[in-house]
Design a protein. Structure first.
Length: 23
């Protein structure tokens, strides 16, 4: 469960970074 939470956080951060790069 903890690993899944970490994965979700990492994916969320990646989406944020991609959004900033595109924006």
């Amino acid at each position: 469960m903890f690993l899944k939470d970490m994965m979700l956080m990492i994916i969320s951060s990646l989406i944020l970074v991609v959004g900033v790069l595109i924006g």
